[in-house]
Design a binder for this molecule. Structure first.
Ligand SMILES: Cc1cc2nc3c(=O)[nH]c(=O)nc-3n(C[C@H](O)[C@H](O)[C@H](O)COP(=O)(O)O)c2cc1C
Length: 182
């Protein structure tokens, strides 16, 4: 069993990174082989709308996302993490998300095997947790369209400081428990 984590924050060891890692740690304890991608350290383009993927099984672009997209195809569980930037996920994350268009066939069905588990992790500066809930729920809808089962959404407020999550043992514990239950 394989679980991969995708971190859309430029802050290494920031709130999202630590929460994604906690889910992966739990998954590893549960027997998964784990792997984490920090999107900010990778070099890649956004979708070019060339529609190559509608006549072929894969994205035509050959860059640092190629391996990640292959890993997503093979993974049993994926932890998707991004901070909220101007109400949405980060640009780094959105470019990756658009490339997941290559998982959709010409009939608008997912090419991915059904039943992959997904966990969504977000962090925001705003102390009001209800604010920006839509970013995670909208992305969850896209994952369901692709055939994922969204197992958990972990959202953190008050995440202005990169290490704010260290004061949130409850969330770190929830993240670990989520990984253990995958
Ligand atoms: C460009 C930018 C835009 C942001 N926009 C928002 C926002 O719309 N709402 C919010 O609550 N926080 C916003 N934030 C704060 C981050 O979401 C917050 O600091 C988050 O916890 C960072 O997570 P990280 O430590 O994993 O990078 C923004 C931060 C940056 C740098």
């Amino acid at each position: 069993m394989k679980a991969i984590g995708i971190v859309g924050s430029p802050r290494k060891s920031g709130n999202v990174d630590r929460l994604v890692q906690a889910v992966l740690d739990g998954a590893e304890e549960a027997g998964y082989q784990i792997m984490k991608y920090n999107l900010n350290e990778m070099s890649y383009s956004g979708c070019q709308a060339c529609n190559y993927c509608k006549n072929h099984e894969n994205c035509k672009l050959d860059d640092d996302l190629s391996e990640l997209l292959e890993d997503l195809t093979a993974a049993d569980a994926v932890v998707f993490g991004s901070p909220i930037y101007f109400y949405l996920f980060t640009g780094q994350f959105k470019l990756m998300e658009d490339r997941m268009y290559s998982f959709i066939d010409p009939g608008f069905n997912s090419r991915l095997a059904p039943g992959k588990k997904a966990v969504i992790v977000t962090s925001q500066g705003n102390p009001d947790l209800a604010a920006f809930e839509k970013a995670a729920s909208d992305f969850g809808g896209i994952l369901e369209l692709l055939g994922f089962e969204v197992a958990e959404i972990i959202r953190m407020a008050n995440g202005g400081a990169p290490d704010a999550v260290l004061e949130r043992k409850d969330l770190l514990d929830k993240a670990k428990a989520t990984g253990l239950a995958l």
